[in-house]
Design a protein around this ligand. Structure first.
Ligand SMILES: C[S@@+](CC[C@H](N)C(=O)[O-])C[C@H]1O[C@@H](n2cnc3c(N)ncnc32)[C@H](O)[C@@H]1O
Length: 389
């Protein structure tokens, strides 16, 4: 069988997994994993690209979804372009692909077939980081699960969102310098679905003993979260009423999370995280008004004359500014899609993982040009200038 024939036979509904390994020297990618997924009724292939490795602190994973044509093209290029080995498994066949350095490919059929059934979004429950069968009782109180252990149909999106969030957490944990007892703060925790999920995942599934703090302005919400914490005896989890800007409850934090905290609350969260030199920062900004009021650039009048476009443009520029600022302070930073747009248009996750070696603030040219664009400092800029001299 040729490699092309193997690809054709594998990229079908019977695919279980493909793993490409043994990277060609000098290439950025260290591994690719492919598995089938069903998204909104469409059969797609989730491609997980691994860059770097954990040993030298360069590990990073990128998730993409492709249709069958694109994934076939990707596979054809990847061996021998990027990888010298591939493992292909379907429900009824398997093969190993080997390439030599000259690019000659050999396909070796595997004699034994696992007989495993494929797992897609329809039946992939066993792949969730917190699964239906887990004894995550807080999900019952939060209305996501019934008392007899089933996910409430109307809350399935919430359940998926919790797991997606945990996947982001999981793929960032390599950045933790304190990996057994980290201090984690969730700014603007609200009802705390995600704070409880994070706590449960790290303690029950990962065997860690984190100190997790949820902070929010709302008295009743904090009271209810602490009631649940007591009910389940979640040691090390604490909810505090307060404003991000004025929070002084701890002097070091390993991970700062802020999901949909309003307007400049995100800037205060990022500022605190930078000041604490947090190992990991995850922020999904919410509404954004500050830049909207200040934006002056006449060259963009053609766009900013429309309210919605001005709104979106201001949000994008603010988030770019925030991400670049994390870079300036030594964070490896990316912007990812948090959950699909069906749930909320505010779905960009700014993720920063601290690298050793501090970049000197002000070095990034991109941020200097933002200043010209906006005309004056925005909150994060101002806080850093006033406090990080
Ligand atoms: C949209 S909710 C998001 C809740 C939760 N993080 C989530 O993603 O499910 C935003 C929360 O941020 C809180 N918040 C907004 N500004 C804040 C501030 N300056 N300090 C503390 N909490 C704040 C609000 O009270 C609200 O509960």
């Amino acid at each position: 069988m040729t490699y092309k024939e193997l690809i054709e036979k594998s990229i079908t509904e019977k695919l279980i997994r493909i793993v490409l390994s043994k990277p060609v020297k000098g290439k950025e990618l260290s591994k690719i994993r492919i598995r089938p997924v069903v998204i909104k009724g469409e059969n797609l292939y989730q491609v997980t690209k691994t860059i770097g490795d954990k040993a030298n602190n360069t590990f990073k994973e990128i998730h993409e979804n492709h249709n069958s044509h694109d994934v076939k093209v990707l596979l054809e290029k990847a061996v021998p372009g990027d990888f010298l080995q591939g493992l292909f498994e379907t429900e009824d066949a398997g093969a190993t692909v080997l390439s030599n350095k000259k690019g000659t490919i050999t396909v070796v059929p595997n004699k034994t077939v696992t007989g495993e059934k494929k797992s897609t979004d329809h039946n992939r429950k066993k792949n969730y980081l917190i699964d239906e069968s887990d004894n995550a009782e807080f999900l019952i109180d939060l209305g996501v699960k019934t008392r007899d252990g089933k996910i409430v149909k109307a809350k399935y999106d919430k359940f998926r969102q919790i797991n997606r969030y945990l996947e982001f957490i999981e793929s960032s944990l390599y950045g933790l310098k304190e990996d057994k007892n980290p201090v984690i703060i969730d700014f603007g925790c609200g009802k705390s679905y995600l704070t409880f999920a994070l706590y449960y995942y790290l303690t029950v599934k990962k065997g860690m003993k984190p100190k997790v703090i949820g902070l929010d302005l709302k008295t009743d919400v904090i009271k209810e979260c602490n009631r649940l914490r007591d009910k389940y005896k979640y040691e090390g989890l604490e909810f505090i009423e307060g404003d991000i800007e004025h929070f002084t409850g701890v002097d070091h934090v390993n991970m700062v999370i802020s999901l949909h905290a309003c307007d400049t609350a995100t800037d205060f969260a990022l500022f605190k995280a930078i000041k604490w030199d947090a190992d990991i920062i995850m922020a999904v900004p919410c509404c954004q008004h500050e830049l909207n009021k200040k934006i002056k650039t006449p060259e963009l009048k053609g766009a900013t004359q429309y309210g919605i476009l001005k709104d979106r443009l201001s949000a994008i520029v603010t988030d770019a500014y925030r991400a670049n600022t994390l870079k300036e302070y030594g964070y490896e930073t990316d912007i990812l899609e948090f959950i699909d747009m069906d749930h909320t248009p505010k779905n960009l996750l700014i993720r920063g993982v601290k690298k050793s070696g501090m970049v000197k603030p002000g070095l990034l040219k991109e941020n200097e040009s933002f200043k010209e664009f906006v005309g004056e400092d925005i909150t994060l800029q101002r806080l850093l200038k006033d406090n990080m001299k």
